[in-house]
Design a protein around this ligand. Structure first.
Ligand code: GUN
Ligand code: FE
Length: 491
């Protein structure tokens, strides 16, 4: 449901009709399930069969449609590092694991020559990018906002692979030109070379998908420490020079050492958010990842600028960055979505991130930082994010974060059919006694639950969804559609 204050899950089950030409939801009627009624419904709408694609879910298998997940923050080249963290926190982890991995995405040729051909990407890098797209689709991610690397051919390859596999994506060539802060083997040779490289990627994507139906560029300064003042200002100007202005993504206030470093590198600024604001990077199309340690004033500034926050709890816990105060941000009027932050996050699954968001919201009250921020030391439990709310953040919230609130993230008539068919399965209703040893070995698999979700048959719809949020995974994702097109079927 689109009412921000009280998320409601409506059971979307039965039959939907999706327009075959533009992939938008043309109508639905989940009470009608037989062909004769369908035909009369069609003619009552003035449509013929070729106008629509029919999608159905199977009530018997406890199947339901759910809006596709929106991953508002993911680093595609870091996928091979999933699950590798060390113990030293963000800045050391970047140097030890992240930068060497990203550097390996460079082609034999200099990243800053005129090369834009995806084919000049190392084979291993192409394999990684292909796997990320296939894997995230299989977990129900229909839209992803990707950080690539500084390399133009590889970044263009990621765009081409998303296009090929049919995933909606924002593709960012990472900008990092601060020689003091970036490793010598992985840095733009100058801010201007960075702008040129970024423009070549933007042009490539605009040629690949001229209407931006699926793939769009996003301006991506890595984070304030890795960019010069000239680069930050220029990237803000670059985004603003397009009509409509390009989206922007970066990191903010993820880790305490990082926040201190920004203060030291930008002594004239009043806050981390102020650094981005003074460089024209806080726009209503800006995605700020993390925001773990934002002050109340920074949240106000972010809300006033209309910028959005990508909450990445799996990453924040794995890297020990902290507990993001999501309820407080929402109360301040900040728009929030979810991000895996692979490979700061250990999982490509937004469902996993949703449950991590729920867990963090249940313990955040015990942090002194949260108590100082809110001015409270006792809490009534309202800081907890309910199942419906984290699933809202994973869909409608993410849609707002990527500035597509009217198009994706829900099933309103006229919205784009970006969706997943979830199958929970059934109770194992075999009539043979479990004490019959002979039947135990060959336990029937045609009936019974799917994956880790245990259905006993007496659950309400709300309880089924709760079980899915806590125990579900890619085994429950039977089909995935983007723009009305089937892009994944469970093996
Ligand atoms: N801050 C700057 N770069 C990165 C990155 O690659 N991952 C995370 N989690 N934080 C960052
Ligand atoms: Fe990140």
């Amino acid at each position: 449901d689109s009412d921000n204050s009280t998320p409601q899950l409506a059971r979307t089950q039965g039959v939907l009709w999706v327009s075959s030409n533009d992939g938008r939801i043309k109508g639905y009627d989940w009470k009608v399930n037989d062909d004769a009624s369908f035909q009369s419904w069609l003619s009552s709408q003035g449509w013929t069969e070729s106008d629509v694609t029919v999608v159905k879910s199977d009530d018997e298998r406890n199947e339901f449609f759910f809006p596709g997940f929106i991953d508002t923050h993911i680093h595609a080249p870091q996928y091979p590092n999933e699950g590798l963290f060390g113990s030293k926190g963000l800045l050391d982890w970047l140097n030890e694991y992240t930068f060497p991995m990203e550097a390996s995405f460079g082609s034999k040729s200099d990243p800053e020559n005129e090369d834009t051909d995806p084919k000049d990407t190392p084979h291993e890098a192409l394999r990684v990018y292909d796997e990320v797209v296939v894997k995230t689709l299989s977990h129900g991610t229909t839209t992803a906002s990707y950080f690539a690397t500084i390399h133009v051919p590889a970044t263009n390859a990621l765009a081409a692979l998303c296009h090929k596999h049919g995933q909606r994506a924002f593709i960012g060539r990472v900008c990092m030109d601060n020689k003091e802060q970036c490793p010598s083997y992985y840095v733009d040779s100058s801010a201007d070379e960075g702008f040129n490289a970024t423009k070549r990627t933007i042009d490539y994507i605009h040629t690949l998908d001229p209407n931006g139906t699926l793939i769009n560029p996003i301006v991506t300064p890595r984070f304030a420490p890795s960019c010069s003042n000239h680069s930050l200002t220029g990237l803000g100007d670059l985004a603003a020079s397009y009509s409509p202005p390009l989206r922007i993504q970066t990191h903010i206030s993820e880790n305490n050492d990082e926040v201190a470093l920004v203060q030291q590198l930008f002594p004239d600024s009043t806050s981390y958010a102020n650094v981005y604001d003074t460089h024209g990077l806080l726009t209503n199309r800006t995605i700020l990842a993390h925001g773990v340690h934002l002050t109340k004033d920074e949240m106000t500034l972010i809300r006033e600028r209309g910028s959005k926050v990508a909450h990445c709890p799996a990453s924040n816990s794995a890297l020990g960055s902290g507990l993001a105060p999501v309820r407080f941000m929402l109360d301040q009027g900040v728009t929030v979505g979810l991000g895996t932050d692979v490979a700061g996050g250990y999982s490509p699954s937004i469902l996993e991130v949703a449950r991590q968001a729920s867990l963090v919201s249940r313990v955040v009250q015990y942090s002194s930082e949260y108590q100082a921020l809110t001015g409270n030391t006792t809490f009534d439990g309202s800081e907890k994010l309910l199942v419906d709310e984290v699933l809202y953040l994973a869909t409608r919230g993410g849609a707002a974060v990527v500035d597509m609130p009217d198009d994706i993230g829900g099933f309103d008539k006229g919205m784009i059919w970006d969706a997943q068919l979830i199958e929970l399965g059934t109770a194992n209703n075999s009539t043979t006694s479990p004490l019959d040893v002979a039947t135990l070995a060959g336990r029937a698999v045609e009936t019974g639950p799917v994956g880790n979700v245990d259905i006993f048959g007496n659950e309400t719809w709300q309880e089924q969804v709760q079980k899915w949020m806590w125990d579900g995974d890619d085994r429950n994702v039977k089909n995935v559609w983007v723009q009305g097109k089937l892009v994944h079927t469970r093996a």
